[in-house]
Design a protein around this ligand. Structure first.
Ligand SMILES: Nc1ncnc2c1ncn2[C@@H]1O[C@H](COP(=O)(O)OP(=O)(O)OP(=O)(O)O)[C@@H](O)[C@H]1O
Ligand SMILES: N[C@@H](Cc1ccc(O)cc1)C(=O)O
Length: 512
């Protein structure tokens, strides 16, 4: 009895996980028909299509094979691709740098391919060393789960808003959003039912979480069935590892393993869902090629491809990221649509055309016309930036977000006729200096005193001078008199008031 029970329990322990792959090449036969078809299809050259579109817009840094990127393709049907981009849930929101991945996925969809956004519920617990000079702080489990949920719903909202190419806009075809792997495995069928022809319909999208497969994989399974095929020399040679090995603290075994986790994701999705392309920022090259290598070695098939896009950099040359200062968050909870819009409205002229190509779906002809308009006499500064801001804000926050941003922008213009409300003023409070004062200290106090004591201007005499020049505003209304006292009606919604010295210098005064 006892030995039978032991045998049963050890069978359970060593039972190979249904999703792991055995090294036996005969297992090639077990690739699903659609996975093999997709793999082989992608191995042939893709006719001028999505990769060329991405390249023209400056969204291609490198590809793992010419076959994927060549535009001098042999004639024939454009191949249907299933492409994925991963995002680790290391914050509550994605940021502007991550938007490139969503834009690129949307271009694949616009060209009729299937897009997969993968949230790294498992990899987020390990931490990607790519581009990091030190070990990442460990995230607690509850935060990973909460972040994953928030990011999934953000991605769903944004990908749903990806504009269809104009020739499809009339067709009424809808994107499929499903969290289940089966939806992806069957998406060939879904697509063909909808259109019957690749490249003539908007591709579907799916959101997955890699914790769904990692949660069942044991260390022994992993070492036997994946680790065996990874060469330590190749792993050490990756940029993300090389840099860290030379640092004082070195690198943990955990982070060293990250590339294999991401590599296995690709292998898993390739085998089970026919996902044949992985995209990511250029810092992901090592992890992406870890996947294509595993697929080649374990499944012994070609047909898995990688594509990276350049990192979007700030003017100081550092990348836009979630852990760097001054993140441009995509979630309205972390950055209001108004501030998001303002960021793009203020992009310098030298960057605006590049941003248009990278971050919007406007045609290159239209972008060229906008660029030309900037050179013409009488060009009103920031007109092109306004268009950029509208397009990107619409993609990320929807038309309501654009309207909210435009309303706040207009309302906060000194001299604007729009009646300010406390929500609009609060909306800019993170961006401009603010202070809190008790109600009775504000009510009936001379405005000259308030403007000086809050630090809007350095002294009362400077405030008086500004009033004479017509440059002091209370809630956007010009103040003409040095004797003006703050009245009850000046305290917006009983909560807040806005002082402005000229156009740029503002102070939000909250009533405590
Ligand atoms: N500035 C950027 N420009 C282009 N792509 C980016 C940028 N920042 C991140 N990405 C890409 O977004 C995807 C998800 O990256 P990830 O979730 O690790 O964000 P991250 O900003 O790199 O995070 P962290 O700051 O924690 O390293 C990757 O493909 C990554 O290359
Ligand atoms: N490593 C990626 C996220 C990612 C996670 C899992 C993957 O399979 C792919 C990508 C990043 O941190 O940017």
């Amino acid at each position: 009895m006892a030995s039978a029970a032991m045998a049963a329990s050890s069978r359970a322990l060593f039972r190979p996980h249904r999703l792991l792959l055995l090294p036996d090449p005969r297992r090639r036969r077990h690739l699903s028909a659609s996975a093999l078809a997709s793999a082989n299809a992608a191995a042939t050259t893709v006719r001028r299509g999505v990769v060329d579109v991405l390249r023209e817009r400056g969204l291609v840094e490198a590809t793992t094979s010419e076959a994927l990127g060549s535009s001098s393709a042999a004639s024939g049907e454009q191949q249907k691709l299933k492409v994925y981009c991963g995002f680790d849930p290391t914050a509550e929101s994605l940021h502007l740098g991550n938007l490139l991945g969503l834009v690129a996925l949307s271009w694949f969809r616009r060209c009729g391919h299937t897009a997969v956004a993968l949230v790294g519920g498992a990899t987020g617990r390990v931490g990607d060393p790519s581009g990091k000079s030190a070990e990442r702080p460990e995230l607690d489990l509850a935060a990973v789960v909460a972040n994953s949920d928030a990011i999934k719903s953000l991605i769903a909202q944004i990908l749903t808003r990806a504009p269809e190419p104009s020739h499809l806009a009339q067709s009424g075809k809808e994107a499929i959003l499903d969290k289940h792997e089966d939806a992806l495995a069957n998406s060939d069928q879904d697509l063909s039912e909808k259109s019957g022809n690749v490249g003539e319909s908007m591709g579907s999208f799916v959101i997955l979480d890699n914790y769904d497969w990692w949660k069942d994989i044991t260390l022994l399974d992993f070492l036997k069935e994946v680790g065996k095929f990874a060469r330590v020399g190749t792993m050490i040679a990756k940029e993300s590892v090389k840099k860290r090995l030379n640092s004082e603290d070195g690198m943990s075994y955990t982070e060293f393993t990250y590339q294999l986790l991401q590599g296995y994701d690709f292998l898993y999705m390739f085998k089970n869902m026919g996902v044949n392309v992985q995209i990511g920022g250029s810092d992901q090259w090592g992890n992406i090629t870890a996947g294509t290598d595993l697929i080649r070695k374990i499944l012994q098939v070609e047909g898995a491809h990688g594509l990276t896009f350049p990192l979007l950099l700030k003017s100081d040359g550092t990348k836009f990221g979630k852990t760097e200062d001054g993140a441009i968050w995509l979630s309205p909870k972390m950055l209001s649509p108004y501030k998001f819009y303002q960021y793009f409205f203020s992009v310098p002229d030298v960057d605006v055309v590049r941003f248009m190509k990278i971050l919007t779906f406007l045609s290159l002809d239209e972008i060229h016309d906008l660029e030309e308009s900037m050179k013409k006499p009488g060009y009103v500064p920031n007109t092109v930036q306004r268009r950029l801001a509208e397009e990107v804000t619409r993609f990320v926050h929807g038309q309501e977000g654009v309207e909210e941003a435009l309303k706040a922008t207009e309302a906060l213009r000194p001299g604007a006729q729009t009646q300010l409300d406390s929500q609009t003023i609060e909306g800019i409070a993170d961006d401009v200096p603010s202070c809190s004062l008790p109600y009775d200290q504000v009510l009936k106090s001379p405005l000259v005193d308030l403007a000086a004591s809050t630090g809007l201007l350095a002294s009362k005499s400077a405030v008086r001078r500004l009033i004479k020049q017509g440059g002091l505003y209370l809630n956007n209304k010009k103040i003409d008199s040095e004797d003006k006292l703050v009245e009850e009606g000046d305290i917006v919604d009983g909560k807040v008031l806005l002082l402005s010295a000229g156009k740029k210098n503002k102070m939000v005064v909250r009533i405590s």
